[in-house]
Write a protein that binds this ligand. Structure first.
Ligand code: PLP
Ligand code: ZN
Length: 418
């Protein structure tokens, strides 16, 4: 492992430090003692400045190699991950009555979601450490991205998914040649089984929250947002939350870029959950510790009843003076239609939830109409065709005759879309 710019690991609970590579979680605090990678910012400052970034022609997440826990040599063989498009969303701004809305499109990553950024780190670390296989449990995207990059690099992937995982994502795993175990249980049980199997077989563990290095991959989405916005952060960044690793990663991006003197303002983080599974929102509203939640939502990627990275996620919203918000499934379906019809973007429910959250936050006065917001579009809509159909229904059937079409065309004009 290239430890050159990493100083040590630090426990989020007891603040004890450990050498890089020593543990996944704090031996004193157990699973809750998630570790955080601490970098040597003074040295990195010499290599990474506003100017070097401008001149860097690596248009992938590896332009931030000095802030990543991997060796450089294997990166060039990976598929292109990151440096995804950053759009101004004029038509949605008008619809929402919001001054500025930007969309970071993570759906164009190789496996179709933001998870590619974390899986890239997992696969590269497995190579660096000479581990012969990678593994994880997931509701879908973490697994499909791991299988994708493992296939590219020629490493077997062992994947555990709960049986409710959408068929699109399971198919994707099989197409990438992963060894898939469909678990007859919920996400928590699936996670437990994977944990035991990984320990038993000694595979590389890509379970995002307990692996301190994966957030380091996810944080690159934050760096990109800042760079693509000329290092002048927006007032808000909105993202949907399941385990809490993505929002924790964005906070780490803010922290790193502030430490390096690259940004000066701290954007507020809006953590969005589905009402059917909102442990973070509930804890925030009742000012009480996180409690296990039911998993009743169409947004499977954020249906996490027992979040694995609670401390870092809560910290991220607290430190940025952000907010937590929950949205019902109907609003998520509406947001899927809005992204499609207003911006030409196809989002899976968990991704569209972020837009539904922005709309609700505006309604509640949490986000002000004169503020600027980035929505992170975390995953492609084609991954979940069943819920896409729930959002839009089926088109009308027409007999193959012009007169029939004209008749149908006239009647359709009277019932316009959103
Ligand atoms: C994983 C995921 C999220 C949430 O990320 P967490 O790290 O679990 O909070 C949001 N959207 C999509 C599409 C995802 O796959
Ligand atoms: Zn600890």
């Amino acid at each position: 492992m290239n430890t050159h710019f990493m100083k040590h690991l630090e426990c989020v609970l007891c603040k004890k430090t450990y050498p890089i590579g020593a543990y996944f979680t704090c031996p004193c605090c157990g699973e809750k003692g998630i570790l955080d990678v601490v970098y040597d910012y003074e040295t990195i400052k010499k290599f990474m400045t506003k100017d070097t970034l401008k001149q860097d022609d690596d248009h992938s997440m590896f332009r931030y190699r000095y802030l990543l826990p991997v060796q450089t040599d294997h990166m060039k063989d990976m598929l292109k991950i990151g440096w995804t498009p950053f759009y101004r969303a004029h038509r949605l701004e008008t619809y929402l009555g919001l001054r500025k809305l930007f969309i970071k499109d993570e759906s164009v990553n190789p496996s179709g979601s933001l998870k590619d950024r974390a899986s890239a780190i997992a696969v590269l670390q497995a190579i660096d450490q000479g581990v012969n296989a990678v593994s994880c449990s997931s509701t879908g995207n973490a697994a499909s991205s791991l299988a994708c990059h493992a296939a590219r690099m020629g490493i077997p992937a062992y994947i555990f998914v709960p049986k409710r995982a959408p068929i699109g994502k399971v198919n994707q795993l099989l197409l990438y040649g992963a060894h898939v175990t469909l678990v007859d249980g919920d996400y928590n049980q699936t996670y437990q089984l994977s944990k035991e199997a990984i320990e038993h077989f000694g595979w590389y563990n890509r379970n995002a929250a307990v692996n301190p290095y994966l957030v380091e991959g996810k944080k690159t989405v934050g760096y990109e947002i800042f760079e693509q916005k000329d290092l002048r952060p927006t007032d808000w960044i909105a993202v949907s939350v399941g385990d809490g690793c993505t929002i924790a990663g964005i906070y780490k991006a803010i922290y790193d870029f502030k430490k390096l003197g690259l940004i000066h303002k701290i954007p507020k983080l809006l953590g969005v959950q589905s009402e059917g599974c909102a442990p973070f929102v509930e804890a925030y509203q009742t000012q009480s510790p996180l409690k296990k939640a039911e998993e009743h939502t169409i947004a499977d990627s954020i249906a996490v009843g027992v979040p694995r990275n609670p401390i870092k996620a809560i910290h991220a919203v607290e430190k940025t003076h952000g907010a937590w918000i929950a949205v019902p499934d109907e609003n998520i379906l509406e947001a899927m239609r809005l992204l499609g019809t207003h911006e030409g973007l196809c989002a899976e429910p968990a991704s569209a939830a972020a837009l539904a959250g922005i709309k609700e936050a505006l309604k509640q006065g949490i986000i002000k109409p004169n503020e600027s917001v980035v929505m992170i579009h975390t995953g492609h809509g084609l991954k979940d065709p069943v819920n896409a159909q729930k959002a839009v229904g089926s088109p009308p059937l027409c007999s193959p005759e012009l007169n029939a079409f004209i008749k149908q065309h006239e009647s359709l004009k009277e019932t316009p879309h959103d």
